[in-house]
Design a protein around this ligand. Structure first.
Ligand code: R5P
Length: 305
């Protein structure tokens, strides 16, 4: 088999599904820490001439990044023909400008770190805001898998009378897309951020939302404040309890529990970040198509011109 998929531990279920779709052998990373905290990674040594696909969950990127680099470099040293990365959640994308004097602009720095490690990258719905395109940030080939079709299918199957609500103007791109695919209306709230953990929002046309079940859609829930403020605002309008639909369930600290406490009827996410209660939308099918297209670019055609 000329493809080997190397999953980091936390994304095993997604990786097994992906490996089956790519017809790849699975060779998990052996990863342990020495008493001083340094990492030792160990790979299957049979990598000569194969295309390696590393699958890494980067929710806790600061604790994984160095091991990821060790894995990629070691795979190459063991003879891998190519080393690609599937990172279903791409971190640091929100730090895409210098918000205060002297701050690091982390997004392009982290992009350079990844492209020094791997030959190509596949991710799901990166937070593209001031950097409108992934290939403007990376010089290696990249594919951006959109979760919109799968999220729209979930809405159609589970909340057919939905009105989708985007908590801020940045969300308009994916909320509008999902709403069009699910054939339901949507609105985008005005959002005023008053600090790291403080935002205020308002729905532009509450009358049009009556009789519909609100589904609040965002690409990332981190602290949960954006969603919670939205839930609180919707409650003041007398709408039924909202469902929260999120691509990347980052959930800092107890964000998931606080969403439920704030009145969310349920919280649903894709499986880009493992979460036992809310992962309901599988991204392996889309990731497999994206990997196939990148692997095909690296495979010389067997058909004579
Ligand atoms: C911001 O632009 C994103 O789309 C999310 O709305 C934001 O990252 C959510 O963060 P938090 O959960 O901390 O409010």
């Amino acid at each position: 088999m000329s493809r080997v998929l190397i999953p980091f531990p936390d994304l095993q279920p997604l990786a097994v599904d992906l490996a089956a779709r790519l017809n790849a052998r699975v060779a998990p990373v052996g990863w342990r820490r020495f008493p001083d905290g340094e990492s030792l990674v160990t790979l299957d040594p049979q990598l000569s001439g194969v295309d390696v696909v590393v699958v890494a969950g980067l929710r806790n990127v600061d604790s994984v990044a160095l091991a990821l680099r060790f894995v990629a470099e070691t795979a190459r040293e063991l003879g891998a023909r190519s080393v690609g990365l599937v990172a279903p959640y791409l971190p640091y994308m929100r730090q895409d400008t210098r918000f205060h004097p002297g701050e690091a602009i982390s997004a392009p720095i982290f992009a350079r770190f990844l492209e020094q490690s791997v030959d190509w990258l596949v991710t799901v719905d990166p937070h593209l805001h001031r950097n409108p395109r992934l290939d403007g940030l990376f010089s290696i080939p990249t594919r951006h898998v959109a979760a919109a079709a799968a999220m729209a299918a979930w809405v159609q199957a589970n909340v057919p009378d939905a009105i989708l609500i985007g908590p801020d103007s940045e969300s308009a791109q994916w909320v509008g897309d999902i709403a069009a695919r699910a054939q339901v209306p949507f609105q985008v709230l005005a959002k005023i951020r008053e600090g790291d953990r403080s935002v205020r929002v308002s729905l532009p046309d509450p009358v049009a939302a009556r009789g519909r079940t609100p589904v609040v859609v965002d690409d990332i829930v981190s602290s949960g404040h954006t969603m919670i403020e939205t839930l609180k605002h919707l409650a003041t309008l007398g709408l039924p309890p909202a469902t929260c639909l999120v691509t990347h369930a980052v959930f800092s600290e107890d964000a998931y529990e606080r969403l439920l406490a704030a009145g969310a009827q349920r919280v649903v996410s894709t499986d880009t970040i493992p979460h036992p209660a809310c992962n309901a939308i599988a991204m392996a099918p889309g990731l497999a198509l994206a990997c196939e297209s990148l692997l095909a670019e690296r495979t010389p055609s067997l058909v004579a011109p």
